[in-house]
Design a protein around this ligand. Structure first.
Ligand code: PHE
Length: 455
């Protein structure tokens, strides 16, 4: 794991340490809150297929690109693009864009993470029969309560980033990820025995291609970037702590596969849970439009229902373990979101780590309090910074790497840790993906979106 001290610059202790940290960044709310909600919102399995295509044809090659840029320059995103810019003034803008996206995404990310903490208490109060208290902490529209939990989560994030990413987190991730997986599987087995679950499974696996439109393409692409932590330099920053022995391509493959796996499994829990809740009388879809009532709060409306149905001490244990683990998964992601602007302030403005973390964290905290009260901002920020911002960042990274820094130089960097990089099928394939396929796909999706917005 990185000792996140700036000087001497930290490095990951082991191959596994890095893969886990990067997987920790990738696996988070994007998988368990974002993915299932997007699947439900976009008509089921057709979304999953497009999502997989986006992850494999765009996400995976861009992840390799980010890690290579980070390891080559050993710098934060702004510093990294400056170092490779040959004096070009436009190139570092890619890094600045990443820093802005990091700040804005984090400011809604911590609000949702705060909800996961609040729901740990909700489950406990419900178990104890304290209905009013349970309702209070479970009320997602209570701005004051949201701000308290949000700021607490922000504080945790700042403390981890201030102290350096400790061995504790590395060890914790190692044991907690398997527990998260086990809990998910147990819950899936349980949910599948309930009325209505079948309908959910059918929606999850039967693609309805008529739902594919420009909007779905953008959502899938944005979701792929968000879930894999791409497009804003988080993995440039994590790559900057990598040593030359690590095989970047192999590590990127593990992280991608792991991230997709957790999302697909989480969907198999949440989508059937929605239909079970619906069979139990909870309104999920608007009968007139067929659209979800509230996509932002879906997971928090549906899953506690299920834990309450299980009831007793088992229901309580399932509920609190689930929300604690979700909170931890969110924390290993939020630290990587904060690490981007913080490493920028340290490297480029000479502040120490502690001051930078408090400064940037404080700024994010202020924005997140506003978001806590005005929840519609979550949708607005998702649209601008996640769905458009991250793919735009990815597009610029592809163009930069393919036509400015050049794939030959990137391959030289990849050679460290992967001696035969030029011999197999990998390098010609990656070059085609990064120079042509990814940027063209991203550009087409962005252009279609902008077009549909203005017409
Ligand atoms: N990948 C994280 C998640 O799925 C979110 C994230 C996005 C983290 C961008 C870092 C950078 O929750």
């Amino acid at each position: 794991m990185a000792t996140t001290q700036h000087s001497p610059r930290g490095s990951w202790n082991s191959k596994l340490g890095f893969v886990l940290a990067a997987a920790g960044s990738a696996v988070g709310l994007g998988n368990i809150w974002g993915f299932p909600t997007q699947v439900a919102d976009n008509g089921g399995a057709a979304f999953i297929l497009i999502y997989l295509v986006c992850c494999l044809l765009v996400g995976f090659p861009v992840m390799i690109a980010e890690l290579a840029i980070g390891r080559k320059t050993q710098k934060n995103p702004v510093g990294a693009f400056k170092a490779l810019s040959n004096g070009n003034k436009l190139v570092p803008l890619i890094g600045y864009w990443g820093v802005i996206c990091g700040v804005m995404i984090l400011s809604f990310y911590v609000v949702i993470s705060g909800w996961t903490l609040a729901y740990v208490f909700e489950e406990i109060f419900y178990f104890l029969g304290l209905e009013a208290a349970a309702q209070y902490v479970g009320d997602l529209s209570n701005g004051f309560k949201n701000s308290i939990f949000t700021l607490f989560f922000m504080l945790l994030t700042i403390l981890v980033v201030t102290g350096g990413v400790s061995k504790g987190i590395e060890r914790a991730t190692k044991t907690l990820m398997p527990v998260l997986l086990a809990i998910l599987v147990i819950l899936i087995v349980y949910i599948l025995t309930l009325d209505g679950a079948r309908e959910g499974v059918a929606m999850y696996f039967k693609p309805d291609f008529s739902t594919i439109d420009a909007n779905l393409l953008l959502s899938a692409l944005g979701q792929a970037f968000f879930s894999l932590s791409l497009g804003m330099g988080a993995l440039i920053t994590y790559g900057s702590y990598l040593n030359k022995k690590q095989n970047i391509v192999e590590s990127a493959a593990y992280v991608t596969i792991f991230d997709i796996g957790i999302a697909v499994i989480a969907g198999l829990l949440v989508i059937p849970a929605m239909f079970v809740a619906q069979a139990g009388g909870v309104q999920i879809f608007n009968p007139e439009t067929g659209a979800l009532f509230s996509s932002v709060t879906l997971v928090f409306d549906v899953l506690p229902e299920m834990f309450h149905n299980v009831g007793g001490i088992i229901g309580l244990l399932m509920g609190i373990t689930f929300f604690i683990l979700l909170g931890l998964a969110a924390l290993t992601s939020s630290i990587s979101l904060l690490e981007v602007p913080v490493s920028y302030v340290i490297d480029e403005h000479g502040l120490n780590r502690k001051k930078s973390a408090w400064l940037v964290g404080g700024l994010v905290g202020v924005i997140s309090v506003v978001v806590s009260y005005e929840l519609y901002l979550i949708d607005v920020f998702v649209n601008i910074f996640n769905e458009i911002g991250l793919p735009l960042g990815g597009l610029m990274i592809c163009i930069f790497l393919g036509y400015f820094w050049k794939t030959e130089n990137a391959l030289l960097e990849l050679k460290d840790g992967y001696k035969n990089v030029e011999n197999g099928n990998f390098s010609p394939l990656w070059i085609i993906l990064i120079k042509y396929i990814s940027p063209i796909l991203i550009a087409l999706v962005l252009i279609t979106t902008i077009w549909s917005l203005i017409t």
